[in-house]
Design a protein around this ligand. Structure first.
Ligand SMILES: [Zn+2]
Ligand SMILES: [Zn+2]
Length: 361
């Protein structure tokens, strides 16, 4: 059977309104799919499919800020799940048909080896994988990858030779149709696609990395945060006060184990049992995990509480109230850091963590 992959958005732009939707539940309780041949006859059996869980994702906002949005990822079906001879599919929510669509509307190309790849610092041990989306030309994609590589290596702590030597970027290029390879959707600042399909392409490439960033050739400033198991998405367009490369570097910060250093009450991601190395619940800088890095002679308890805006003093390492989505009770090491806003560099505590991870890579 020819490999066919399907990406089906269940809601939002490009979702059921693109289908002949009878009823479009944002998140069906139980979803099943059957395939139909050219005469409308069912091919094979109706199969239940796992309903994707809605995910909170981080989205770059204006003036270097970061926001959160909830998205339901598309249903991502691999080739073996798509029946032979099928020309359309019908989706059921419980027993009710809620959508019918021709397969071409959801068809995604089958994963294959990249047609070109470029490695920056091949001897490095810690690899960031870049995947092309929406780029027709390898040269344009590799120029964006080179731009990101140069930016990362210009920033502390990567600017230090020992750290730069351990950091490696592998850029994987697949020629892309105009509408993209990975069913990528733009919804305001949120740019997000079929991450499972991206992972199947990466697997076909044989490349391995600590974080996958999908670089999207779109003339909008946007993206979506990733995780160890999920690619991040970043458009290669900057806006006033925001460099796209800095948004990618913020994502890289997460993959080094760093937490967000801003407050956002809409964000409900639970805290890990042990807080990340750049966040503490200790008011006193002397008791923070970064006590050894604090600026001497600065009063601490805390150095700056949440009521002071803008926080002061700049450049000081202490305990600044407001971090990890909470405006009070969680402290960050400095007034401003790349893990707080994308128009700043990493603070000394975040730099120390990155050095530590790179040294072990
Ligand atoms: Zn973040
Ligand atoms: Zn920091």
């Amino acid at each position: 059977m020819a490999e066919r992959h399907l990406s089906i958005w269940l809601s939002g732009p490009g979702g059921p309104e693109a289908l002949e939707a009878v009823e479009a539940p944002a998140r069906p309780a139980r979803l099943s799919i059957e395939f139909l041949d050219s005469r409308g006859r069912r091919v094979g059996r109706r199969a239940s499919v796992a309903v994707p869980d809605p995910l909170p994702v981080e989205v770059p906002a204006e003036r270097g800020r970061l926001d959160w949005a909830r998205v339901t990822p598309p249903l991502s079906l691999a080739g073996r799940e798509v029946a032979d001879r099928a020309v359309s599919l019908r989706a059921f929510s419980d027993e009710a048909v809620f959508a019918e669509m021709p397969l071409e509307a959801a068809a995604a190309p089958a994963p294959a080896k990249p047609t070109a790849r470029r490695v920056f610092n091949p001897r490095g041990k810690w690899t960031l994988l870049l995947v092309s989306e929406g780029f027709a030309s390898a040269d344009v994609f590799f120029a964006a990858a080179a731009g990101l590589d140069a930016f990362v290596r210009s920033q502390p702590p990567f600017v230090e030779a020992a750290n730069s030597a351990r950091f490696r970027i592998e850029a994987l290029f697949w020629p892309s149709p105009k509408e993209g390879l990975f069913s990528t959707r733009v919804d305001g600042r949120l740019v997000f696609g079929d991450g499972e399909l991206v992972k199947r392409f990466v697997k076909a490439s044989g490349a391995k990395g600590r974080l996958i960033v999908v670089l999207v050739d779109k003339l909008v400033r946007g993206g979506a945060g990733g995780s160890k198991d999920r690619p991040a998405w970043v458009t290669t367009t900057s806006a006033p006060g925001e460099k796209w490369e800095a948004v990618a570097l913020h994502e890289l910060g997460h993959s080094f184990g760093l937490a967000d250093e801003y407050a956002d009450s809409s964000q409900t991601v639970p805290e890990p049992a042990k807080l990340e190395p750049n966040v503490t619940d200790q008011r006193s800088a002397a008791k923070a995990p970064w006590a050894a890095l604090r600026t001497p002679g600065v009063p601490s308890d805390p150095t700056c509480d949440a009521s002071v805006s803008p926080p002061s003093p700049l450049g000081v390492v202490g305990t600044f109230e407001g971090a990890r989505y909470r405006s009070t009770g969680r402290y960050r090491p400095t007034a401003e850091c790349l893990m707080q806003r994308t128009d700043r560099g990493f603070c000394p505590v975040c730099q120390a963590q990155i050095r530590k991870v790179l040294a072990k890579a």
